[in-house]
Design a protein around this ligand. Sequence first.
Ligand SMILES: Cc1ncc(COP(=O)(O)O)c(C=O)c1O
Length: 395
Amino acid sequence: MFEELPLLPPDSILGLAAECRADPNPDKVDLTIGIYMDESGNCPVFNAVRLAQRQLVDEEQTKSYIPPQGDPQFIEGLVELVVGSDALGVRSGNVGAVQAPGGCGAVRLGAEVLKASGTKGKVWVSDPTWPVHVPLITSSGLELGQYRYYDPATHGVDFVAMTEDLAAAGAGDIVLLHGCCHNPSGADLTPEQWREIAGMAASQGFTPMVDLAYQGFGEGLDTDVYGLRCLIEQVPEVVVAASLSKNMGLYRERTGMAIFVGPNSRTAEATVSQAKAAARRIYSMPPAHGALLAGRVLGDPVLRADWEAELTAMCVRINGLRLEFQKRLENATGRDFGFIAKEKGMFSFLGLSEEQAKQVRSEHGLYMLNSSRINIASLNAGNMDRVVAAVTSVL
Ligand SMILES: Cc1ncc(COP(=O)(O)O)c(C=O)c1O
């Protein structure tokens, strides 16, 4: 049977990162992959995670399965971090949450539960969106639709186009929104725009699904979920796919959660039962290590404060890099790069054509996606001049 298998092309993002690793150019710079890099080009282990891990190694008595729904301390801590107690108000008993293998696992579990509802509606994703959304959602059997989101001409959200498209979304449809730090564009909705989308969801009856992979990377832990909490306050049903890969640095530990906010406690139980059944048929039991670490970090005041301080420092560094990069690009090219400093999180499109993105790769060893999406957090004092010079040379 293996003889019949076609060989698939490499993943569009991971394939470029592999190409960069294989490039012998000593001056190469990899701005492709969505991993936070510190000033020395490392993806760090958070200090609080390191401490929690020491405790866990000393205290862990078993490697038996954790409960299928997930580690209770992790569930309690992450639901509180994401949803917050204020937004829920009297609906706090209406939340169902199931641990998932990373944010990807959470998107998939969310999609499986929505599919199980029998909806014939579509999942509307932004144009553009993170490409992995497509297989994660369609593998549940749900169909995709698209709404216009980013306008390359203005380097910002085309909110008029977005709302025009979403005017066609109704009951049974699901609208996938990036909670903050939109991937790939970095262009986020303003608070007023979030309120408008929440109003549309409430009046038209569509269900928002929020992919939250960068909470704390945009402006802060609470500010970054302003939009999500607006939705929860105004819309009867909201699905959240939360990831701790980036904001707790738990990438390889596959630590995430599908959260379902519904109208009552029965729907909460139903969503959890459906998500557990979906997990059982796909991968059976949740991975434990990352969730046990995150549960400790979120639940212990000392570890939590340490984690929040380190996360804040990362966020401040990213926003500082954005300002510096904007300034240097503007000085070198005489063009306006103000959008770089306005956008949020790790990603921005530089606005290069596909040809120019390929040219900086072949001529300067500067790796970005063909769409010219770059990871701002991979910039540092050691490579910024090279990046600015390479970009300037093709403009
Ligand atoms: C928009 C978005 N959603 C979800 C994820 C999920 O990440 P993970 O499955 O590693 O937690 C990512 C990771 O890059 C992402 O960019």
